[in-house]
Ligand binder design. Structure first.
Ligand SMILES: Cc1ncc(C[n+]2csc(CCOP(=O)(O)OP(=O)(O)O)c2C)c(N)n1
Ligand SMILES: [Mg+2]
Length: 371
C-alpha cells in the first residue's frame, strides 16, 4: 500500500490490513511492483548474498542472546526472530554517515552498522550503560523508553539539515510505539521542518500482550500522510521490499524532500523478552501461520532459484553464524565486571553533588554486606 497523499488517509474506508507492497512472495517467487522495483534493480549477486548472510547471522546471534539469558549470563534479551528482513534490509540501504536510533530489539540493525561481538550483550549483562561507542557505528544506544528515539532521531536530523549534510537519521520502533505521544510529536516536527529522517515501524503484530488491532483501527502507515509524511506499507518479511522502501525513503531525505514513514508488516516469532510467556495470550496457530512466511527461507528460495546461492554457500554462512555466536558468547562471559558503584560514573559530564551523595550512600550500603 502506498500512502503518498494526505487524502488517502481520509477517504476510501479501511484498507485490507493484509494489503502490503512486496517483491518476494512467501515461497520466494519474484513479483513485480512498480513502486519498489526501481530501487533494487541494481542489487548485485554479491549484495544479495550479503543480505542473506546478515539475516542468518542475526538469527544466530539472537538465539545466542536468548541462550545466554537462560543460562544466567544476561539479565534480559529481546528476541528479534522473524524480524530479520526489516532490520537487515533497511540497514543495508544506509550510508556510513547516516545515524540510527534503534529500539531494544534491533540486533540486525546493529549488525548492519558493524557492531562488534561485545556490543550486543554488555549492556544487557549490566556491565555498561551503553556497550558501544555510538560515534563508531553511528548508532544510539538501544532505546527502552517506547518511542523516545523518534524525537532523538528527528532532532539529529534537524541538526544534520542545519549542518548542510546529506546524512539521514533513522528511528526504529514498533507498532505499539505509534500510540506514544513522542512518536506523534516527532512526526509533527519532522514534517514541519522537512527533517531528513526515516521512521521505520516494525509492525510485529504485538506490543507485549496487546495485539496491534486494539490500537490501530486503520493501517499504521495510513496515519503518516495526516502529518504530511509520505509512507509505504510493505511486507516486512520480504528483504527485497525492505531494501527498496528504505532506499526510497533515504533518497527523499537526501534530496531535501523531508521525512518518510515505512510500516514493515512482520511478526515477532518469540516472546516479547525473555521475561515474557506469549503462550498465555496468543494462539499457536497464529505463530505457525507466520512461520510459513519466514523471511530467511523466502530469500533463500529466491536466491537458490536464481543460482545465486547453493548448498556450499549456505554451509559457509552457517559456519560464519556459529563463529559470530561463539564470539558473542566469549565476549559476554569474559567481560570484566567493574565495581558496582561505577554505575554512577559518566552519567553527567560535569561533577554532580546529588549523584556523588547517592554514590557515597551506595558504597556504605555495599559495605554493610562485608560486616
Ligand atoms: C514509555 C514506556 N511505556 C511503557 C513501556 C513498557 N513497554 C516495554 S516494551 C512495550 C511494548 C512495545 O511494543 P512495540 O512498540 O510494538 O515494540 P515491540 O516490543 O513489539 O518491538 C511496553 C509497553 C516502556 N518501556 N516505555
Ligand atoms: Mg510490536
Amino acid at each position: 500500500m502506498t500512502y503518498t497523499q494526505t487524502q488517502d488517509s481520509l477517504t476510501g474506508g479501511v484498507p485490507d490490513q493484509g494489503e502490503v507492497l512486496r517483491l518476494l512472495e512467501p515461497d520466494g517467487s519474484r513479483v513485480a511492483d512498480a513502486t519498489l522495483d526501481p530501487w533494487v534493480s541494481d542489487l548485485s549477486p554479491h549484495e544479495l548474498r550479503a543480505l542473506h548472510r546478515d539475516m542468518v547471522l542475526t538469527r544466530r546471534l539472537d538465539a545466542e542472546g536468548v541462550a545466554l539469558q537462560r543460562q544466567g549470563q544476561l539479565a534480559l534479551w529481546a528476541p528479534c526472530r522473524g524480524q530479520e528482513a526489516v532490520q537487515v534490509g533497511t540497514a543495508l540501504a544506509l550510508a556510513p554517515g547516516d545515524f540510527v536510533f534503534p529500539s531494544y530489539r534491533e540486533h540486525g540493525v546493529l549488525l548492519g552498522r558493524g557492531a562488534q561481538p561485545a556490543d550486543y550483550v554488555l549492556a544487557w549483562r549490566g556491565e555498561e550503560h551503553s556497550a558501544y561507542d555510538h560515534t563508531t557505528i553511528n548508532a544510539a544506544p538501544p532505546q527502552i523508553i517506547i518511542g523516545a528515539q523518534s524525537l532523538h532521531a528527528t532532532g539529529w536530523a534537524m541538526g544534520a539539515q542545519r549542518d548542510g549534510s546529506t546524512d539521514v537519521a533513522v528511528a526504529y520502533y514498533g507498532d505499539g510505539a505509534t500510540s506514544q505521544g513522542d512518536v506523534n510529536e516527532a512526526m509533527v516536527f519532522a514534517s514541519s521542518f522537512r527533517a531528513p529522517v526515516v521512521f521505520v515501524c516494525s509492525n510485529n503484530q504485538w506490543a507485549i500482550s496487546e495485539p496491534v488491532t486494539v490500537q490501530a483501527k486503520y493501517p499504521i502507515a495510513g496515519r503518516a500522510p495526516g502529518f504530511g509524511i509520505p509512507s509505504l506499507r510493505i511486507d516486512g518479511n520480504d528483504a527485497l521490499a525492505c531494501v527498496a522502501a528504505m532506499r526510497w525513503a533515504l533518497d527523499r531525505a537526501r534530496l531535501g524532500e523531508g521525512p518518510s514513514f515505512i510500516e514493515a508488516v512482520t511478526y515477532r516469532m518469540g516472546p516479547h523478552t525473555t521475561s515474557d510467556d506469549p503462550t498465555r495470550y496468543r494462539e499457536p496457530g497464529e505463530v505457525e501461520a507466520w512461520a510459513q512466511r519466514d523471511p530467511i527461507e523466502r530469500l533463500e528460495a529466491y536466491l537458490r532459484a536464481e543460482g545465486i546461492l547453493d548448498d556450499s554457500g549456505l554451509d559457509e554462512v552457517a559456519r560464519a553464524a556459529d563463529a559470530l555466536a561463539a564470539e558473542v558468547r566469549a565476549a559476554c562471559i569474559g567481560a570484566t565486571t567493574r565495581a558496582p558503584e561505577t554505575m554512577f560514573d559518566h552519567v553527567y559530564a560535569e561533577p554532580h553533588a546529588g549523584l556523588d551523595r547517592q554514590k557515597a550512600e551506595y558504597v556504605d550500603y555495599l559495605a554493610g554486606f562485608e560486616k
